[in-house]
Design a protein around this ligand. Structure first.
Ligand code: UD1
Length: 417
């Protein structure tokens, strides 16, 4: 039987938390280490299951991976293997990030299709079209994306239909070893992309325009291993900010860049939060019930889809009505059904959720369907009368190291059972 979180409602979270390195960055950095033979070391690595899965994947590709404390060293061979099997890819979507580096390094990659997941379909057409523009063939064969470029890749102008994080990453990590110049237009601008780009630059890549919609990459013949510190996890930092507001608490969030959360923090300020800068982080205080706020998820610097469940939870207990619009992942409202079990008043119509705030939720058993939904439900349990059991805690463990322990240190009555 899998672990569950038991949450007793009623506490205001007060205290200080430290934010780890970003899951959505470290996994991509680990995959990109394939680009250079030798030993690359990544620090500020969060203690999460997905890091173990990526280590296993890299090991199967011929790398030697050593994980000690908050650091991972990856020794990449001259000729890595090129197949990422379904049993690992299905466990962790970020496996798809080995596609670009493998095509660029060994001229061939076979990566199992990750399939859909609890937040909806997640196609790969832009990844494949991007690699084709660089001269690879990319097809789907027997459940695998197969990309080949036996004669190497060449630079190209790539225009993305949507600023996809994953597609930008795969194209960038292929183009760094292509001959000539690649331009990615309508590129993703997430801090994770900037982190990956800086990692590649430290390996000897030539990249300009990181953090803007146009990234320009001049290919080089060879990259060298590097050492790099992972960017702080803005989604975890943002989740703590929402936790302070939802529970009418006072949390100081250290080791994070508030600049990566401009829009979410602006929304929380409109909801009534008092947000101040402190050395190496920021503090979020809430002295009253939040005011309902309309929110639309968008690619960075817009409001992140990964904070949407926290935004819905806040609005569920806020004063007034609101609309939350999901523009990135269509399946992300699955969590609303669970929140409704706690007495939230939410009506979903397409990609809009209309929420009427209630003054108190009421504890019940609910199910975490993905990491962020799980965090949202635990936070909801903190403002629900009585006991809430959140099933399938492993989802939360996949992306939020030490969540239960941090909650306890802030005064929450939370345990794992
Ligand atoms: C997304 C988030 C990212 C978050 C991550 C983990 C956005 C823009 N991206 O990145 O911030 O950290 O999830 O939860 O918020 N798409 C296609 N074809 C493709 C690729 C993507 O249609 O080839 C669509 C997806 O279905 C989705 C949208 O583009 O609707 C964004 O996808 P993408 O940014 O690629 O997703 P992730 O890289 O998983």
């Amino acid at each position: 039987m899998s672990e569950r979180f038991r949450v007793i409602g009623g506490s205001h979270l007060v205290g200080t938390v430290s934010v780890s390195g970003a899951k959505n960055s470290v996994l991509k950095l680990m995959a990109a280490s394939l680009l250079a033979p030798g030993t690359t070391t990544i620090s500020n690595v969060p203690d999460i299951l997905d890091v173990e899965i990526m280590s296993e994947l890299l090991t199967r590709l011929g790398c030697a991976v050593q994980h000690t404390g908050q650091s991972v060293s990856i020794t990449v061979p001259e000729a890595p293997l090129h197949r990422a099997d379904y049993d690992l890819v299905r466990k962790m979507r970020a496996s798809i990030n080995v596609l670009g580096p493998l095509v660029a390094r060994v001229g061939e990659a076979e990566v199992a299709l990750p399939g859909g997941d609890a937040i909806g379909p997640r196609p790969l057409d832009m990844h494949m079209k991007g690699l084709e523009s660089l001269g690879a063939t990319a097809t789907i064969e027997h459940g695998y994306v197969v990309a080949r470029a036996p004669h190497g890749l060449h630079g190209a102008d790539v225009l993305l239909d949507f600023p996809s994080v994953g597609a930008t990453e795969n194209i960038m990590t292929a183009a760094v070893l292509a001959s000539g110049v690649t331009t990615i237009d309508n590129a993703a601008r997430e801090p994770d992309i900037v982190d990956l780009g800086e990692f590649l630059i430290s390996m000897g890549a030539k990249i300009e325009g990181l953090g803007t919609p146009i990234i320009s990459i001049t290919g080089v013949d060879r990259l060298h291993p590097t050492s790099h510190k992972t960017v702080p996890d803005r989604i975890i930092a943002g989740s703590w900010a929402f936790a302070a507001v939802i529970t009418q608490g006072d949390i100081t969030i250290l080791g994070s860049h508030p600049g990566h959360l401009e829009i979410p923090l602006e929304k929380l300020t409109s909801a009534g939060a008092i947000i101040t800068s402190v050395d190496n982080g920021f503090r979020v205080r809430m002295e009253s019930r939040p005011t309902a706020i309309d929110i639309s998820t968008l690619p960075y610097p817009g409001f992140p889809t990964d904070l949407q469940p926290m935004a819905i939870t806040m609005n569920a207990v806020a004063e007034g009505s609101s609309i939350v619009t999901e523009n990135v992942f269509e399946g992300r409202f699955m969590f609303v059904n669970e929140l409704s079990r706690l007495g939230a008043h939410i009506h979903v119509d397409g990609h809009h959720a209309s929420i009427t705030g209630v003054s108190e939720l009421s504890g019940a058993p609910v199910q975490a369907t993905d990491i962020r939904a799980g965090v949202g439900l635990v936070l909801a349990g903190l403002v629900a009368e009585g006991e809430t059991i959140v099933e399938d805690a492993f989802h939360i463990d996949r992306g939020f190291p030490g969540f239960a322990e941090s909650l306890q240190s802030l005064g929450a009555d939370v345990s794992r059972i």
